[in-house]
Design a protein around this ligand. Structure first.
Ligand code: BTN
Length: 326
């Protein structure tokens, strides 16, 4: 009831009477009052006035199932939501849940990761209480060869969530880093368990630097946070929920064709590599060229300086701007 209660109060412009809440949830006035007290104790500011009812004032920056669910507009993504204080890696946690039969759309978040994983065996730091570390379980009925495109969908969804929640101009560095002002704000690691022609499950792990202010020396030129760009802290739950809303919308479109044909124009509009010189490093070989973006399968279409057109697959490839990270 608490997430529904929050949703009703948050969406109302004015006070909502105790009676309205009682009838809506089919509970007593005491039960409503108790739930309100618990929310206030958890840090929510809710004004309670005799004869008028309750009015939502503000929410703490909490990652709780109630806070996230009360902001979601999805059918299934994130509806089963688990929030942990500390875990080695949310991806590992969701993989175990998946093995035990957890439902599609299950979302796990952690305030801290002690063994966060990045792409290509790198470490991903998640300092306590500052950022978003989340992993989503999907069970798409698509061919395993198409699953890596889901990572691009998540990058699009996070980009949109950042734009709508903060107004910042978030773009995508191919294939799936979300960037703001040339710095990486979000990284995505997708892991899956498949048969030859069947996907058991996909785990999309997403790390978003929200309120972190300092980065280790070696990352300072590459990584950034929303806090650094906004000059103030920003709420994490709103970004999580907006990301889930958008991802579910994109996922519905993707599943119809099992490719990015209906989404690539939107992706390419956000792609910061488009129209710029890039350096591609692939199995020890490096070359430079330009790109106009991805094709229907999420491959980067690169025109080499020699004039030859090549398709670049994500994976063991590194794409950089000619003069820096993007
Ligand atoms: C990258 O290297 O860019 C990918 C980083 C992915 C980090 C996220 S944080 C949540 C999830 N759990 C992990 O261990 N990794 C991903």
């Amino acid at each position: 009831m608490k997430s529904e209660l929050l949703k009703v109060l948050r969406q109302a412009d004015d006070y909502v009477s105790g009676q309205q809440l009682c009838s809506r949830f089919g509970v007593s006035r005491t039960a409503v009052w108790k739930a309100i007290r618990q929310l206030q104790e958890a840090g929510y500011e809710i004004d309670a006035v005799n004869n008028r009812g309750y009015r939502f004032l503000s929410a703490p920056d909490l990652l709780t199932p109630e806070e996230i669910r009360s902001r979601l507009h999805t059918g299934f993504m994130g509806q089963n939501c688990i929030c942990l204080e500390s875990v080695d890696s949310t991806n590992n946690y969701v993989k175990k849940l998946a093995e035990d039969g957890a439902e599609e759309g299950t979302l796990v978040l952690a305030e801290e990761q002690t063994g966060g994983k990045g792409r290509r065996g790198r470490v991903w730091e998640t300092p306590k209480g500052k950022n978003i570390a989340m992993s989503l379980l999907l069970r798409p009925k698509i061919h395993p060869a198409h699953a890596s495109q889901l990572t691009l969908l998540m990058a699009m969804a996070v980009g949109e969530a950042i734009r709508s929640c903060t107004g910042l101009e978030a773009g995508i560095k191919w294939p799936n880093d979300v960037v703001v002002n040339g710095r990486k704000i979000c990284g995505i690691l997708t892991e899956m368990n498949t048969e030859v022609d069947y996907i058991n499950y996909v785990v999309i792990g997403t790390g978003i630097n929200v309120n972190q202010q300092e980065f280790p020396e070696e990352l300072r030129e590459i990584a950034g946070s929303l806090r650094q760009n906004l000059g103030k802290e920003t709420g994490r739950a709103a970004i999580v929920a907006a990301g889930m809303d958008e991802l579910e919308r994109l996922y519905d479109i993707f599943r119809k064709t099992e490719d990015l044909s209906a989404l690539k124009d939107d992706y390419n509009r956000c792609c910061v590599n488009r129209g710029h010189g890039i350096r591609v490093m692939e199995r020890g070989e490096a070359y430079t060229g330009t790109t106009e973006g991805i094709n229907d399968h999420g491959e980067l279409v690169v025109r080499k300086d020699s004039g030859e057109e090549v398709l670049v697959y994500a994976g063991e490839v590194s794409v950089r701007g000619l003069y820096g990270y993007t």
